[in-house]
Design a protein around this ligand. Structure first.
Ligand code: ZN
Ligand code: ZN
Length: 327
């Protein structure tokens, strides 16, 4: 099969012909139909996330159809469409797993990081961690649901029940979360890179009532803020934007250093927290909600061979919605 391989951090992806993966007992072999490109792929490719499997096939927003199944894999029919997320395997035995927090599993393995992912024509995935996908989304438009949507939703849930919600960084996650928040009756304030008029216009089109630069003040005190951009200085900025008792949630897996800030920025029972990974329950809940809320995703289809260009466009903030690779 054709695959785009990461051979070392910091090196461009290389197009290669490699053998089809052989599914293990609980795995399904999938023909990849679409695979979203996520900011986390960039963090792995750049070496900001340590010790990936190498060589590695990136990609953890995989939509595929079942081509074959391992001996113990009986959950899906041949030809059935499934989604593969970032959480690829958990142990089921450690403290967090037993406490229903498998997102924090001490031995977790992640798709497109420790397990080969979807920047390829085929992939193998543990069927117990795959999802059925809502039928209202075609393959390319379903792909961003699997990380941007899913993690975005978990981030929103962690913010409590805000009426006025700030969103910092208007990429794939934000474009889905904005629709979800509007469906729930929340007011959305979008903060983008200064001067990124296109992203601001996009946010307004999706239902934000205000969009402006992340280095400026919020137009009014916010109840909560979500940070999706991997930019540490946004943390004190978001804390300044929320009212006392407000929550700031960092939704990304990696961020540049957070600058020192006065305690007054946190004082007033403001809460600062992060979101790590996902649970399978998050996925089931979000995918049902996405359909009910009438979420639509905006995607830029990119041929598999141009995965490297898609990563560069993402790095420069040039993608409207999500880039999705098509084999
Ligand atoms: Zn575990
Ligand atoms: Zn992701």
């Amino acid at each position: 099969m054709r695959a785009m391989l990461l051979e070392a951090a910091g090196r461009p992806l290389r197009a290669a012909e490699i053998p089809d993966p052989v599914p293990g007992p609980h795995e399904v072999l999938l023909d990849v139909r679409a695979c979203g490109v996520c900011r986390t792929d960039l963090h792995v490719a750049d070496g900001e996330l340590r010790d990936p499997k190498l060589p590695l096939v990136l990609g953890h927003e995989i939509v595929g159809t079942v081509a074959a199944a391992g001996a113990e894999a009986r959950r899906f029919r041949p030809g059935e469409r499934v989604g593969v997320p970032w959480l690829g395997w958990t142990c089921g035995a450690c403290g967090p797993c037993r406490a229903g927090r498998e997102n924090l599993c001490e031995r977790a393995r992640f798709t497109g990081y420790q397990i080969d992912g979807g920047f390829a024509e085929r992939t193998a995935a543990d069927e117990r961690f795959c999802f059925r996908l809502p039928s209202g989304f075609d393959d390319a438009h379903a792909a961003p649901l699997l990380c941007a949507g899913l993690i975005g939703h978990r981030t929103l849930v962690a913010a409590g029940d805000p009426r006025a919600l700030g969103i910092y960084g208007f990429g794939a996650a934000a474009h889905i979360v904005t629709q979800l928040a509007r469906f729930q009756g929340r007011r959305v304030f979008a903060f983008t890179r200064p001067g990124d008029v296109q992203a601001q216009r996009f946010a307004l089109e999706l239902g934000a009532e205000w969009a402006g630069a992340s280095d400026g003040p919020a137009p009014e005190p916010l109840d909560a803020a979500l940070i999706f951009a991997p930019v540490g200085p946004l943390v004190p900025a978001a804390l300044r934007a929320v009212r006392p008792g407000g929550t700031v949630v960092c939704g990304g897996i990696h961020m540049s250093d957070i600058p020192a800030m006065p305690y007054g920025a946190l004082w007033g029972e403001r809460v600062l927290r992060s979101i790590a990974n996902l649970t399978r329950r998050d996925g089931e809940e979000f995918l049902a909600l996405a359909e009910r809320a009438g979420i639509t995703t905006t995607v830029e289809p990119v041929p598999l061979a141009r995965a490297g260009e898609a990563l560069e466009r993402l790095r420069r903030g040039r993608v409207r919605g999500a880039a999705v690779l098509l084999p």
